[in-house]
Unconditional design. Structure first.
Length: 555
RNA sequence: GCGCCAGUAGCUCAGCUGGAUAGAGCAACGGACUUCUAAUCCGUAGGUCGCAGGUUCGAGUCCUGCCUGGCGUGCCA
């Protein structure tokens, strides 16, 4: 709807310039049309007149007058257009105009709100990417919910989206995993070994040790230590990864691709990455190490890729990995990282630039840490003591819907207090149920209608004039905003905007429900209200689907 | 020290990339079920948008400087 108005404004301006009623000859690229906070200011308002006032050397209200003269009379969609305040132009649309929105929703169903500005572009969203050295914890859950919702959102904006999980299965933390399991194996067999502090402390290591012994037998320990560690690294890594996969699947997250760091090595990609930067002259040797000249691309210091001891750094893998990502043809690459890695953004962007890509083609979304509480009291997690709260535990306790909603209800880059007691409370305190309840209630209305032999009204059979309650008009207008919310959220990479919208939509519906009956008035009214309510249901379901939250038919 | 992020109602947070009178949800108090689901609704309250300047028709939003908190700042991952 906004876009329609913008287009009309552009056309009107063009006519003004043609006729000479306006002289600056410029059509502002970014005409702002928005829904005013105050309904008295119209359904939409624009600031063009104020923007043009300076160039026209005329008072904004004067400019507005000229534009309006060119706009009205040619279009049937306005019931009123007025100038207000310092020079805003306020538009009031006709009721028929809004009725058309409902038809659109019924027609488009599951696609209502979907955008096409991403069409033809391929985007990859890489998220979670936790090392397979232990189970996912609550913080990974937030990253998972955010990445998954963002991917769904971008898909709804027309992008071709791939969800990817990068497996750090090549670093020395994997060695540590193998070593940790080996030591636990020895302990299980009665050997008195001290378990070092830099090994993984969690109870799951003991479980893995037990499984390894059961599967491979005690002869495992007869291998040379290095060999035993290698075997146990593989064993533990694949077990843990399988667990991660299951946890994520139960959390409603599926990846299109699991990308192993090890395969980067096996295919020589790491070396290729280093060579590439060397050939381009972006890498140099100093102090027996190989450095990437990231300062030439805006970083504040150069970064080591190949250490003097011959080992590569984590960053070297990342350069190769991102080089390969772009070689796979993505127009946009989105990485979702824990906020504690924010210091890596400049060097990663520098690498992307050095690799010959637009630095904006890499977007890093930061996800802040989750502060876990139980009844207001911190439920501390510490990897060192091994007493962390896993995603699995939280999911099992509070349910995936509530869990995902909590994660997605705030900007990802702001810290989140996650209170287990609040999250699992099935009450008004819990917004996710409030929203789902609105959906379930509508389903209930439809069941009631069906009992009375009233089916869902078809498009074109409705007399919209009976939808004349203020609540009905407000609801319709709010539904019309959904496509813009999707677009704005998609452009900003901010799925949390959808939760705010859902909250408001549910509030409006519940209020309407409590004041008015859908089924029970005369046939014409019942039919029209059913139609409206179907639209609300569709929009709630669509928004929830983007967030990966279910839309239950009864509760 | 430098860098990034944050600071908005008692608490947790929105605020549509600069718009008109800054909004929700909790928490508090008082009301509403003979009804399509009370997991609901209706009413009452709360503010120096961290502080000080600046940019302009207009600033919670942009710029500068301070204050406070978190994180980062390795030839660690």
């Amino acid at each position: 709807m906004k876009d329609v108005l913008k287009q009309l404004l552009r056309e009107a301006l063009a006519r003004c310039y043609e006729s000479g009623s306006l002289v600056s000859g410029e059509i502002p690229v970014d005409i702002l049309v928005e829904v005013p906070a105050n309904p008295g200011h119209g359904d939409f308002a624009t600031n063009v007149a104020m923007i043009l006032a300076k160039k026209e050397k005329a008072p904004p209200r004067k400019v507005a007058e000229v534009i309006i003269r060119e706009l009205t009379g040619k279009e049937e969609i306005f019931s009123r257009v007025e100038i207000a305040g310092p020079g805003f132009v306020n538009f009031f649309l006709t009721a028929e105009c809004w009725a058309r929105v409902l038809d659109e929703i019924i027609e488009q169903q599951k696609c209502f709100g979907w955008q096409d500005f991403g069409a033809g572009k391929r985007v990859q969203v890489e998220f979670v990417s936790a090392n397979p050295t232990g189970p996912l914890h609550i913080g990974h859950g937030r990253g998972a919910a955010t990445g998954d919702a963002l991917a769904a959102l971008l898909a709804a904006c027309g992008y071709e989206v791939q969800r990817e999980y990068y497996i750090n299965d090549a670093g020395n933390q994997m060695q540590t995993l193998g070593r940790s399991i080996l030591l636990r194996c020895r302990q299980l067999l009665g050997e008195a070994v001290t378990f070092p502090g830099d090994c993984y402390q969690g109870e799951y290591i003991r479980d893995l040790a037990r499984q390894a012994l059961a599967e491979k037998g005690e002869q495992l320990l007869h291998h040379p230590e290095e060999e035993a560690v290698r075997i146990l690294t593989d064993f533990g890594g694949s077990r843990i990864l399988a667990g991660i996969t299951t946890d994520l699947a139960d959390f409603g997250v599926r990846f299109d691709n699991w990308y192993s760091e090890r395969t980067l090595w096996e295919r020589g990609e790491i070396q290729k990455g280093l060579d590439y930067l060397r050939e381009k002259g972006f890498a140099y040797e100093k102090d027996e190490a190989l450095w990437f000249a990231s300062t030439r691309f805006g970083d504040d210091k150069d970064r080591v890729m190949l250490r003097s001891n011959g080992m590569t750094t984590y960053f070297a893998s990342d350069v190769a990995y991102h080089k390969e990502k772009f070689e796979r043809g993505f127009d946009l690459v989105i990485d979702i990282w824990g906020a504690d890695h924010h210091g890596y953004i400049p060097r990663m962007k520098a690498a992307v630039a050095a690799l010959g890509h637009d630095r904006e083609a890499l977007q890093v979304i930061l996800v802040q840490l989750v502060n876990l509480l139980r009844g207001g009291v911190p439920a501390a997690m510490s990897t060192r003591s091994g007493e962390f709260v896993t995603l699995r535990e939280v999911m099992d306790e509070v349910g995936t819907d509530a869990c995902r909603y909590y994660f997605l209800s705030r900007h990802s880059d702001s810290k989140l207090d996650f209170d287990l007691e609040l999250a699992k409370e099935q009450s008004a305190d819990n917004p996710v149920y409030y929203i789902q309840y609105a959906h379930a209630r509508i389903c209930s209305i439809q069941r009631k209608a069906a009992e009375e032999g009233i089916g869902l009204p078809a498009r074109g059979t409705i007399d919209f004039s009976v939808l004349d309650l203020p609540e009905e008009l407000t609801l319709t207008k709010f539904l019309a905003q959904f496509p813009e919310v999707v677009a704005a959220a998609g452009r900003a990479f901010e799925p949390h905007r959808l939760t705010a919208y859902l909250q408001e939509l549910a509030t409006q519906f519940h209020a309407y429900y409590n004041r008015h009956r859908v089924v029970g008035e005369d046939a014409k009214t019942t039919s029209a209200r059913l139609y409206l309510v179907n639209c609300i249901q569709t929009v709630i379901a669509n928004a929830l689907s983007l967030l990966g939250i279910s839309a239950p038919e009864r509760m």
